[in-house]
Write a new protein. Structure first.
Length: 139
C-alpha cells in the first residue's frame, strides 16, 4: 500500500470532507455535540414509544427523517438519504467517495477493504488501517 505524502494528504482531506457533511451535530438548546451518526443515536432517546423514523419519497429519491430527544429534552432531527441520492450534493459525495477509493486501489489497496475502511470513517468509527496508512506521511 504505497503512495507518496501528497497523495496521502489528498485522501485524508477527502475523508474529512465526506464526513463533514452531517456531523458533528449540535443541540441548539444545550449545546451538546454529537460527533457521528452512531454517537447521535447512542446518546439521544427515542420519542415516546415509536422509533422516530419517518420516510418520504421525492421523485425517485427516498429520504428518512429520524427524530430523537436530546438529554435536555429538545427534539432533534437527522436527515438521511438513500445511498443513491441523485441531488447535486449526493452526486458530489459519491464522486468524492469514488475518488478516494480509486486513489487507495491505485496505491495497492484491495477495493473491498478500501471501501469498508472508508465507510467506517463515514459512520463515525475508527479505521485502524487508514490511521496507520495516513500517519506514515502526515506526522
Amino acid at each position: 500500500m504505497g503512495g507518496n505524502q501528497e497523495e496521502r494528504m489528498e485522501i485524508y482531506e477527502g475523508l474529512r470532507a465526506l464526513q463533514a457533511d452531517s456531523f458533528p451535530k449540535r443541540c441548539r438548546c444545550c449545546g451538546v455535540v454529537y460527533e457521528s451518526e452512531k454517537d447521535f443515536i447512542r446518546r439521544t432517546r427515542r420519542l415516546f414509544r415509536n422509533s422516530g423514523l419517518c420516510g418520504e419519497t421525492r421523485g425517485e429519491n427516498l429520504f428518512v427523517h429520524l427524530y430523537r430527544n436530546c438529554r435536555c429534552g429538545s427534539t432533534l432531527l437527522e436527515f438521511f438519504q438513500n445511498r443513491r441520492d441523485q441531488t447535486e450534493a449526493g452526486l458530489v459525495r459519491r464522486e468524492k467517495f469514488q475518488r478516494i477509493l480509486d486513489q487507495l486501489t491505485s496505491m495497492g489497496w484491495d477495493e473491498a477493504i478500501a471501501r469498508e475502511e472508508v465507510q467506517k470513517i463515514l459512520q463515525g468509527e475508527r479505521s485502524s488501517l487508514l490511521e496507520i496508512f495516513l500517519t506514515r506521511s502526515i506526522l
